[in-house]
Design a protein around this ligand. Structure first.
Ligand SMILES: Cc1cc2nc3c(=O)[nH]c(=O)nc-3n(C[C@H](O)[C@H](O)[C@H](O)COP(=O)(O)OP(=O)(O)OC[C@H]3O[C@@H](n4cnc5c(N)ncnc54)[C@H](O)[C@@H]3O)c2cc1C
Length: 458
């Protein structure tokens, strides 16, 4: 491809959107509503990005983002608009907690049955965390009071300083792995606080009822992307199997290339995770701060595991299907059955260091380890599902990890200012650019809407 846009012949549009996740699709929808011609270029052969379902034996299995909760207004509105109905995550009966020594205990409500000292310790740490989070400016975390000191330490160092029992530290650490799908040593305290504040509170992030895991969608969240794309129809030109590798801009416009194909427009919206946006070649090169940012934002590591049974047998044993483990490989388990309750589906997350260890193991060993743990938790019937499926998000070339990008120490305060501002005609969207509900479906939708508003009001 030539470096000079006007030397090229290409299909043209007013705006090109890179990525057909929920950010890119909502952005394209809003641009089109304003009468603009839009082309979407999507690397995969499907839409939806980190929302993804497969059909196995006529059953929808959700392998990506799945839950919604209070405060996620744009996501609920999108679901209503597209005719996708909401139902509560199953949570009746006893939850389970597995100690580091492998003992399984039942409990009700939100407080697991662990040593009272450990619970007290973790609770005081959470209370301190919530107090610190309240001071974070989610529009500009680097300008929050004490930002440099908060960003100069890992969440791990803070946990070590704040907790005083080993069990309390373990409990708080496990909650962190479940939220950020990495070890607390990998992320900045400022990022952890920002993330919680962007959702409201840490409690809202971790809770099921009243929190971010409260609700599910009939047919799964992937249905939002599928219906949105269908509704855009031929008014927006969606090209699947089109991984963008080069963006050239000058005073006349942008040229966006995928291999030997090129499209031309006045603006481009790059709606992909920051680290992947850093793998595109830009001409002229992006400002140093933007490139420095994308050098620093790795994704979390998660493998989502789904075991399907003829019925949710744990319910008749008085179990909710929700479990927390301090032992692993699964750190959290949920009842992921469809609304009618059959078949029964258990969803387990392998996160952070466990996921890095497990990804290197053969698939049959991974499956055996996951099912052995489900059997320890829910009894021998859990060892023999009718179907087992898993999605290793780090192995996906067009995601490279999940749930979202993780800011290490120093990244917000040194480079955060380069996250959202456009670079000339290049605009940024995606769940990682959202000041509210960063890393969530809600954040992705809000970011797409915000990028479209920037272009249509400029
Ligand atoms: C296992 C898992 C569980 C999760 N749980 C939840 C949850 O319960 N609730 C919640 O709200 N969120 C959850 N999330 C997060 C949520 O799914 C994401 O934040 C959201 O879907 C991100 O949307 P996005 O459009 O910003 O990015 P993405 O969905 O990542 O979309 C980016 C798109 O760009 C494409 N792309 C990448 N590179 C290129 C390129 N070079 N050229 C063209 N296209 C490209 C990708 O293929 C993809 O389709 C979860 C995610 C995962 C993976």
């Amino acid at each position: 491809m030539s470096d000079h846009p006007s030397a090229l012949s290409a299909s043209s549009a007013d705006v090109i959107v890179v990525g057909a996740g929920l950010a890119g699709l909502t952005c394209a929808r809003d641009l089109h509503r304003h009468g603009l011609d839009v082309v979407i270029l999507e690397a995969r052969d499907r839409v939806g990005g980190r929302t993804y379902s497969v059909e196995i034996d006529g059953q929808t299995i959700e392998l990506g983002g799945q839950f919604l909760g209070p405060g996620q207004d744009r996501a609920y509105a999108l679901a209503a608009d597209l005719g996708v109905s909401v139902f509560p995550t199953y949570g009746e009966g006893d939850h389970l907690v597995e100690t580091a020594a492998g003992r399984v205990r039942r409990y009700r409500g939100t407080i697991p049955r662990l040593s009272p000292l450990a619970l007290l310790d973790a609770a005081q740490a959470q209370a301190r965390f919530e107090r610190l989070a309240r001071r974070i400016d989610t529009d500009a975390p680097w300008q929050s009071p004490g930002a440099v000191a908060l960003d100069g330490q890992t969440l791990e160092t803070w946990i070590r300083r704040t907790t005083w029992t080993r069990a309390g530290r373990r409990l708080f650490t496990m909650a962190c792995q479940a939220v950020w799908s990495c070890q607390p040593s990998e992320l900045s305290l400022l990022h952890a606080l920002f993330y919680a504040r962007s959702a409201g509170t840490l409690q809202q992030v971790i809770a099921v009822e009243g929190g971010a895991q409260q609700d599910r969608l009939d047919g799964g969240t992937h249905e939002l992307a599928v219906r949105l794309a269908r509704r855009l129809g031929d008014r927006v030109h969606l090209h699947l199997g089109t991984p963008v590798d080069r963006i050239v801009q000058d005073e006349h416009g942008v040229h966006v290339a995928a291999g030997d194909r090129t499209w031309r427009a006045a603006h481009v919206v790059v709606a992909i995770p920051p680290t992947l946006s850093g793998r595109i070649t830009y001409q002229p090169p992006l400002p140093a701060a933007r490139d420095g940012l994308t050098q620093r934002l790795p994704m979390g590591t998660v493998i989502k595991c789904m075991a399907v049974y003829p019925e949710p047998f744990w319910r008749s044993a008085g179990l909710s299907g929700q479990a927390t483990s301090l032992r692993g490989p699964l750190s959290a388990v949920f009842d992921s059955s469809p609304r009618p309750g059959e078949p029964g589906i258990l969803l387990g997350f392998v996160e952070g260091a466990e996921a890095r260890f497990m990804t290197a193991r053969p698939a049959h060993e991974r499956r055996a380890a996951v099912l052995a743990q489900l059997a320890e938790l829910f009894g021998p019937r859990a060892a023999s599902p009718a179907t087992y499926a898993e999605q290793d998000w780090g192995a996906e070339p067009f995601t490279r990890g999940a749930y979202s990008a993780v800011f290490p120490p120093g990244a917000w305060t040194q480079y955060g200012h380069a996250l959202r501002p456009p670079a000339g005609r290049i605009h940024w969207a995606g769940a990682e650019t959202a000041p509210r509900w960063y890393g969530y479906i809600e954040g992705a939708i809000r970011s797409g809407e915000a990028a479209a508003a920037t272009i249509t009001t400029s």
